[in-house]
Design a binder for this molecule. Structure first.
Ligand code: TYD
Ligand code: MG
Length: 453
């Protein structure tokens, strides 16, 4: 019998070492290196088809390669389709990552249930009864979906051959086990091996495969990091578990852009698609409140109106506190410094808290001006008109800078019933026939003057 071969892997980043060491030289994490048994099987597990190694690939002239765009599979879920770039590409591997309990299994089961063709949902986490109970809540009379509770890849492939599904969902990659390697399920070498087998299956049969992957907050178990290089698309499902909204975004996409965003709402019967997110992100208070301002931002290609809340109060302790939720704290500090210097506001002895409502995080610089407006409004306790919104970046000199695709932002604001929008004087607005009043400013000082006299 061959000698057992072992290697050391960092459980955090997947780097491989010949010897144990305390710190991973690759990702600098401590105590993450563990020994794993590896042993190569004589023949690959997915081998029903002719081995591709017999076909020798030859270089082809790029002009001679036919680029017939393959029809994408419509997932019947508009948000997911958009994030993927128009549907699932046949033969592709998609990885869906997210914190435990965020709704990954729910989303994928929901897709598997509503697709009009044969889907196979493989679960190593829940029993068939548990999945059935969940399915009853989501879509009680689905018939095209097959459930398999199995973790050994060899047995999984045998069942796949029998069922011949059009799409395969694996929940989760960390529970799969391949006999080709001896280490336990969830270890780096197992994840790498089982994913390789699935990639081979997907490419040879042109069947799309969706993998669910776990990540933990401290990243101690083998997260989907090493997987990200192997798969075609990496989706991230995120959101605050205390909020009902969930955001789906693509971190990597070989077949589309990574700018798109899908928004869902977790309900009693699964995830509902939110097709008009601006409406839910703006609170419907009747009275005018000081310290809130609306920003017209863009997430991917999609305009989004968000509400920014600020609270400015006298500092209780010596050092004033600055805290931001959903907005970059460094950028908040920068904006406060600009206000101090350019608009003459003495915010140095004030606590400033900033919050983007709805639990979302935005890094579009076009919300700067709304942050300025919210902070100033809270500081002097004067409300901003509810029908006004903002779309501009603020520079260090206190100048109001233009932002990209301003027409789209204006259009969205107009559609949602805003009557005025504040933008930079240097913005080029292409259309001239807006009903909404467009207010152009060039300096932060002008905004202060306009809003609060
Ligand atoms: P789950 O999909 O199991 O999360 P993950 O696979 O990412 O770990 O779902 C987690 C939460 O979703 C769970 O706490 C209950 C909630 N949920 C609903 O609110 N409504 C539903 O219809 C379902 C199925 C789940
Ligand atoms: Mg799950």
């Amino acid at each position: 019998m061959a000698k057992t071969k072992t290697t050391f892997f960092c459980q955090n980043c997947g780097a491989q070492f010949a010897k144990w060491q305390g710190q991973c030289t690759s990702c600098k994490e401590w105590n993450t290196i563990a020994e794993e048994v590896i042993q190569k099987a004589e023949k690959p597990v997915w081998s029903t088809h002719e081995s591709p190694s017999k076909r020798i690939a030859k270089p082809q002239r790029i002009s001679e390669i036919s680029a017939h765009s393959e029809a994408r599979l419509d997932t019947k879920n508009n948000e997911l389709n958009r994030v993927l770039g128009g549907g699932i590409v046949p033969g592709s591997l998609t990885l869906l990552g997210g914190e435990p309990g965020i709704g990954k299994s729910t989303l994928m089961l929901q897709i598997a249930l509503q697709l009009p063709f044969k889907t196979l949902y493989i679960s190593g986490e829940e029993s068939a009864q548990q999945i059935k109970m969940r399915a009853e809540r989501i879509q009680p009379n689905a018939t095209n979906c097959y459930i398999l509770t199995e973790t050994k890849t060899k047995l999984i492939f045998r069942q796949i051959e029998e069922v011949c599904p059009d799409i395969v969902v694996v929940d989760s990659i960390q529970t799969l086990h391949s006999e080709a390697i001896e280490s336990s399920a969830g270890s780096i070498s197992q994840i790498r091996q089982t994913t390789t087998e699935l990639i081979k299956f997907a490419k040879e049969t042109n069947t799309p495969v969706i993998l669910i992957g776990h990540i933990t907050k401290d990243g101690t178990i083998a997260g989907p990091k090493i997987l990200e290089h192997m798969v075609d698309t990496v989706l991230q499902f995120e959101g605050d578990r205390n909020h009902i909204y969930r955001i789906l975004r693509a971190n990597k996409n070989r077949f589309g852009s990574t700018n798109e965003l899908g928004i869902y709402e977790m309900q009693g019967n699964g995830l509902r698609e939110v097709s008009n997110p601006s409406e839910i992100l703006i609170s419907k208070n009747e009275e005018e409140l000081s310290g809130t301002a609306i920003a017209a931002t863009l997430e991917g290609m999609r305009p989004l109106m968000i509400e920014i809340q600020a609270l400015v109060s006298s500092a209780v302790y010596g050092t004033p506190q600055r805290s931001a939720t959903g907005y970059n704290a460094k950028r908040l500090n920068m904006i406060l410094a600009v206000l101090e210097k350019r608009a003459g506001f003495k915010l140095g002895a004030k606590d400033v808290f900033l919050n983007i409502t709805g639990g979302i995080t935005v890094d579009d610089p076009a919300i700067d001006l709304a942050v300025v407006a919210a902070v100033l409004s809270s500081n002097i306790d004067v409300a901003i008109e509810k029908t006004m919104c903002f779309a501009a970046e603020v520079g260090l000199a206190g100048e109001v800078r233009p932002v990209t695709r301003v027409d789209q932002r204006i259009l969205e604001a107009e559609k949602l019933g805003f009557t005025s929008i504040v933008i930079s004087k240097y913005c080029k607005v292409e259309r001239k026939d807006y009903a909404i009043h467009i207010l152009k400013v060039s300096k932060v000082h002008d905004v202060v003057h306009h809003l609060f006299g």
